[in-house]
Design a protein around this ligand. Structure first.
Ligand code: GLN
Ligand code: ZN
Length: 760
């Protein structure tokens, strides 16, 4: 039985590509050396694939920044403002990816969005009217040549490209052209590409769009594109690869088209098995069965995986999605004990799993006795799943089991609390605040690094942070901000910081996962039952509050975000883990309140992003436990304690009632980049939570003028009652410098004051 994977990580096991690109951007590495690093990384991957005897080798899954952007460039979809810079092909590409600023010109980057239900961000291609679509496949063809040089025969090459449907659906059309009007040209470019690929190879078109709720238009466009493409396949084998779910809305259409193979997701695709059983799978096509989870870091349960293996005449075993979403290898983890590591499968270990599974499945299919190797692999795997991996924390389990509907309800109801709090805090209209972090300057980061390396003592480390907090409070008082923050100087990352203080979390040394372009994250692993080991933020918040008479916000990360930005457990439901985390954070909330903190912000930056792809799953699979988990965190506080929350994306127009149902007193969110689009939705929904839609974009060093902010506030007031509107930036200021932060906040406070005057 054959094996393959959809795609492999490309940033390098030690983030070599990130380092090389950053050096290249700074001008300390030549383009040639960057190309060399990239080529070496690809060759290392090829070697890993051959060592693990993958039957079909992915080629074209490499990217200098992002696969969607690669496809845009391959199709010649490069907006004029980037072409005009007159840069080399690679620099034009980087200009689109992250902007360009020097004597050649000054352009901002293309937009970036979350890739389906993952933590990865793709670059949103932009299609301007008049763009001529044509094929520019030199880079891809060179990578194929490289694979051939490495001894991979045509028949083993699987070239992957973003599928045209997914590409067109995610592209932003700026003029009159639409996905429909350009579809013929895109399909011909795909056909052109196919004709230039080695004869006998597989050509994989990735179409995750197909696992969403499809419209008739989607299905029509899908058929149109592929009818044209499949007409031109001459001698190459075309694979329709889907992932992140099942293709229930187009299974019949997909299997009826003359694809040579179809890739289906048996892990996240809840209906995949039913679809194959009910409608059958054509004997003349190869079924690429995604049975090894491409998103988790846990070892695959062989018995379970083999049990879902479908009946099809021709099978290839593969991963459920690209391995881009997991770290490279457990081999680089030196600190985690072997007893722990044996439960993990990062990208490289998943290749080994495919090899084992193929061997077992093969021998079984032949009715042969299992080889010694297969028996050993199966036994070892069964041992991993026999019994329990961790001893549960009885106290935590009891606490979760003991929750009643009342545990999730804060009293009194919102309207009454709002009155109590207005009296309690006596804030002016349009109160000003910030989201939490202040610039993480070089000194702040170096203080942390020195502490981690043992170069300074705990006392020295804390003393530095206290001094920063003092400066930060002083600055905010001087600026005239109404509700203050301590600045979060002690935090590296808003999830890791809490994970570090909670029992049940594990951290890797090298478990990097690409988040976008050159940015990687190292998600914590939820290993066991979660509980609060000790107070986490109390001392810091109490100290910060002691420096001012104004309310100081206690600053916490919410349970849903902690879960979403970690690798979750699979031996208990996500709901259960989230409630455990919620109870731990709840203890912290009550502790803060007990110590005199009157405003507490519980960030749910990542709540929106794990919303299931299909609408029918939104509530049952997610919101029905995620929203209550948040309520559990704060339901125990006094009426006069004000609970804030923050979300990074404002794309919650369609779950607005659920957001209101979090029952926070105030919510701040990103709005300025999306042109305040959310305001209309809030007004229509009669949103009751007080709101602070960000008045300026903190993702850019640009300083907004006072007038600009004033006009944003006035626009907001057309939709939001003045008693409910807060004034704040989009998000935390940690990535900003001090030079732009001070003037930006000055303008913000001045703008709020100016508008306030006209309201009183
Ligand atoms: N409180 C956090 C900060 O200001 C929130 C960050 C976020 O939303 N990503 O940094
Ligand atoms: Zn944010």
């Amino acid at each position: 039985m054959k094996t393959t994977i959809i795609a492999y990580p490309r940033i390098g096991a030690h983030r070599e590509l990130k380092r090389a690109e950053e050096a290249y951007f700074k001008g300390t590495l030549t383009q040639n050396d960057l190309l060399k690093t990239a080529s070496e990384l690809r060759k290392t991957n090829l070697k890993t694939f051959t060592e693990h005897r993958l039957s079909l080798i992915p080629v074209g899954d490499f990217s200098f920044y992002d696969g969607m952007l690669d496809t845009a460039c391959m199709l010649g979809i490069v907006p004029e403002r980037y072409r005009k810079l007159g840069l080399s092909e690679l620099d034009t590409y980087f200009a689109m990816a992250h902007g360009w600023q020097n004597e050649a010109g000054d352009v901002t980057a293309l937009a970036m969005k979350k890739w389906f239900n993952t933590n990865y961000h793709y670059i949103v291609p932009e299609f301007d009217d008049g763009t001529a679509i044509s094929l520019h496949a030199d880079r891809l063809l060179a990578e194929i040549e490289e694979a051939k040089q490495a001894g991979i025969e045509n028949e083993r090459i699987k070239v992957s490209v973003t599928g045209p449907l997914t590409f067109l659906r995610l592209t932003h059309f700026t003029g009159n052209e639409t996905a429909d009007t350009v579809s013929t040209a895109v399909a011909s470019a795909c056909a052109d590409l196919i004709s230039r690929l080695p004869e006998g190879c597989w050509v994989e078109f990735d179409e995750p769009w197909l696992v969403r709720d499809l419209t008739e238009d989607d299905i029509r466009l899908f058929r149109k594109l592929y009818t044209q493409i499949l007409d031109a396949k001459s001698g190459r084998r075309i694979l329709l690869q889907t992932y992140f779910g099942d293709i229930r809305d187009c299974y019949k259409e997909a299997t009826a088209l003359p694809f040579d193979g179809i890739g289906l997701d048996f892990v996240e695709g809840r209906e995949t098995t039913r679809l194959v059983r009910t409608y059958g799978f054509p004997d003349d096509k190869v079924l690429f069965a995604g049975i090894v989870n491409g998103k988790n870091i846990w070892k695959c349960n062989y018995d379970k995986a083999l049990a879902v293996l479908p009946k099809a005449a021709k099978l290839v075993l593969t991963t459920s999605c690209s391995l881009l979403h997991v770290p490279y290898t457990t081999a680089n983890e030196t600190r985690l004990p072997a007893d722990v590591l044996k439960h993990f499968a990062f990208a490289e270990q998943k290749l080994g799993e495919l090899q084992d599974l193929a061997e077992i499945a093969d021998e079984r299919a032949k009715g042969a006795e299992l080889s010694d190797h297969a028996v050993a692999a199966l036994d070892e795997n069964r041992a991993l799943f026999a019994g329990t991996r961790v001893t549960g924390n009885e106290q935590v389990r009891k606490a979760v089991a003991g929750l009643t509907p009342d545990s999730f309800v804060r009293k009194p109801a919102f309207a009454e609390r709002e009155k109590i709090q207005h009296k309690e805090f006596q804030l002016p209209l349009l109160p000003t605040t910030t989201i939490g972090s202040f610039p993480q300057t070089r000194e702040v980061r170096s203080n942390r690094l020195k502490f981690r390396r043992g170069e300074i003592t705990r006392e020295q480390y804390d003393a530095f942070n206290r001094e920063k907090i003092r400066e930060c409070v002083e600055l905010q008082e001087k600026l005239g901000i109404d509700v203050l923050v301590h600045g979060e100087f002690e935090r590296n990352d808003m999830v890791e910081y809490f994970g570090d203080h909670l029992d049940g979390f594990l951290f890797t040394e090298n478990g990097w996962v690409q988040s976008y372009g050159t940015r990687c994250v190292k998600p914590p692993i939820i290993w066991g039952d979660v509980s609060r080991r000790e107070p986490i933020t109390v001392e810091t918040s109490v100290y910060a509050q002691s420096l001012t008479k104004k309310p100081m916000k206690g600053m916490l990360t919410g349970p849903v975000t902690i879960l979403n930005w970690s690798f979750p457990r699979e031996d208990i439901p996500k709901k259960e883990s989230t409630l455990q985390i919620a109870l731990a954070i709840r203890e912290e909330v009550l502790d803060l309140e007990k110590h005199g903190i009157r405003v507490i912000q519980i960030d749910e930056a990542a709540l929106r992003e794990k919303l299931p792809l299909r609408k029918s799953d939104w509530h049952s699979d997610y919101l029905d436990w995620a929203i209550p988990a948040f309520r559990l965190v704060h339901s125990g506080v006094k009426p006069e304690t004000q609970i804030h929350t923050h979300m990074c994306y404002s794309e919650f127009g369609d779950i607005i009632r659920d957001i209101d149902d979090m029952d926070a007193d105030v919510i701040t969110f990103e709005a300025s980049r999306s042109n305040l689009e959310i305001l209309g939705d809030l007004a229509r929904a009669g949103f009751r939570t007080e709101v602070g839609p960000g008045v300026y974009d903190i993702h850019s060093p640009r300083v907004p003028s006072e007038e600009e902010i004033e006009s944003a506030i006035r626009k907001m007031l057309r939709y939001i009652p003045k008693e409910k509107l807060w004034v704040n930036p989009d998000c935390g200021l940690k990535t900003r410098g001090e030079t732009e932060t001070v003037p930006s906040l000055t303008h913000m406070v001045e703008a709020a004051k100016a508008v306030r005057k006209t309201l009183e």
